[in-house]
Design a protein around this ligand. Structure first.
Ligand code: CMC
Length: 428
């Protein structure tokens, strides 16, 4: 196949190289388009056909339902690795050796204390504040307490900023949940595993010994792995875009958290549970809600269904569905909401509207059911997504900075008024 794409505009031909990825994906390299032509640009709202970068982190084939981090399948990682190993893999490119993982964890633990003044910022929020807003704010505030994390030019500086945020972010996540629940702020116990300590920080009560539940620990570890990266999604693109202006890592992450918050992205896990609850409250008539989802005059969408990239089963949803069944069985929980979820997905998978549009359950369809079984408040669900996505955001930000990518600055086609004379206010 020719490695050149030819574009004809007004009878004139222009040639552009076609680049090929390691999985044989093709992209037309239009870097010279505007300069070579009469300032012609491409228009692609929602970037449905636009590659923003070359990346060596995550490979995704939405047609075949494949997801791999650094070449390793998500199925194998979810089964065999733990979250910290996956974080290392994403950020540094290879699975860690035992001693590398031990050093990484020790360096993270060393950095896991948050300046006590951060508590004052948290204190100023009402208890009713949405945890994603609180988390975004606290993450941004970390820059003020750690100004050396802004000018990151070398691997060494990047490493320091990385272990700092991996140490402090779970504390912020746990404090956000504790604040909402009215629990005193704590620090857990860094002699525990990374995720184990997150659980302790989240659940520990001031008046009783915290006991680890291994079923929940394994479920959370798996969920975090499944959320750890997903190439150039909305929040990751935001992190890369903000970082491309050489804003610091934590400011970029804070922006990523805000992007993740929306119900079309990470906020879908909260929206799914709220939708399932609403269906239950309404009497459990799933067909009625299916009809609403298909009705173009109704803004209701089946939350947890459909994906920009997956036109097949989201491989993460398959793993989470099995995990949800296991967790509920192990804990002896019978959740009517799970039955509604099962009913909805079976109906949707048979329905021509969903089949024709290739709308399958996505990662968020089942994750909320596990979070709920874990006793995590529904408003915290997207915070849990952010906790999982953190290594991916760091890896992508690092890749963007280390490759010295230019500032992100799309163009536009102007469709407003042409030049017109100013009219004095009294004559308008
Ligand atoms: N319910 C009903 N119809 C839908 C849905 C849905 N959940 N998703 C897409 N459609 C329809 C849509 O109306 C359109 O129909 P038509 O061709 O007749 O106009 C067609 O399917 C294509 O949809 P689109 O909105 O053009 O697709 P998109 O790639 O722009 O949007 C999406 C992807 C995820 C935003 C969308 O599927 C959606 O809103 N899903 C529900 C929210 C959700 O679960 N989001 C979580 C995504 S996974 C977590 C993450 O990584 O962010």
């Amino acid at each position: 196949m020719s490695k050149i794409a030819t574009l004809e505009i007004g009878g004139k031909k222009y040639e552009f190289p076609i680049i090929e990825g390691t999985e044989k994906e093709l992209g037309i390299d239009i870097k010279t388009l505007r300069g070579a032509t009469d300032s012609v640009i491409t228009i692609d709202p929602g970037y449905k056909n636009t590659g923003a970068c070359e990346s060596a982190i995550t490979y995704l084939d939405g047609e075949k339902g494949i997801l791999r981090y650094r070449g390793y399948s998500i199925e194998e990682l979810a089964e065999k690795a733990d979250f910290l190993e996956v974080a290392y893999l994403l950020i540094f490119g290879d699975l860690p050796k035992l001693e590398e993982l031990a050093k990484f964890h020790a360096d993270i633990k060393e950095q896991s204390v948050v300046d006590d003044d951060v508590k004052k910022i948290l204190d100023a929020f009402p208890k009713t504040a949405h945890p994603m807003g609180v988390l975004s704010c606290l993450t941004s505030a970390l820059t003020a307490f750690n100004p050396s994390t802004v000018d990151v030019e070398s691997e060494e500086e990047m490493y320091k900023s990385t272990v700092k945020i991996l140490g402090k972010f779970p504390v912020l996540v746990a404090w956000t949940m504790r604040k909402q629940k009215g629990l005193p702020l704590n620090y857990g116990d860094t002699s525990l595993g990374y995720v184990e300590n997150i659980m302790k920080m989240m659940y520990e009560k001031p008046n009783e010994q915290y006991e680890q539940n291994n079923i929940l620990l394994n479920a959370l570890d798996k969920l975090l792995i499944l959320h750890a990266d997903h190439e150039q999604n909305c929040s990751t693109s935001t992190v890369r875009m903000v970082g491309s202006s050489h804003a610091g890592l934590y400011a970029s992450l804070s922006a990523g958290i805000s992007a993740l918050w929306g119900p079309l992205h990470g906020g879908a896990n909260q929206a799914v549970l709220e939708m399932l609850e609403a269906i239950k409250e309404d009497g459990g008539d799933t067909e009625k809600f299916m009809a609403k989802a298909k009705d173009k005059s109704d803004s209701f969408r089946l939350m947890g269904f459909g994906h920009r990239v997956y036109k097949n089963f989201d491989p993460r949803a398959k793993i989470i569905k099995v995990a949800a069944d296991e967790v509920l069985a192990d804990l002896g929980i019978e959740d009517p909401v799970l039955d509604i979820a099962k009913g909805l997905s079976e109906e949707a998978l048979r329905d021509a509207y969903f089949v024709d549009r290739k709308l399958y359950p996505n990662v968020d369809f089942y994750s909320g059911i596990i979070y709920r079984a874990m006793g995590i408040p529904v408003e915290m669900f997207t915070v849990m997504f952010a906790l999982g996505r953190l290594p991916g955001w760091i890896a992508q930000w690092k890749e963007m900075r280390m490759r010295k990518e230019p500032i992100g600055r799309p163009r536009q086609i102007y469709i407003g008024e042409n030049n017109r004379p100013f009219i004095d206010i009294e004559k308008r």
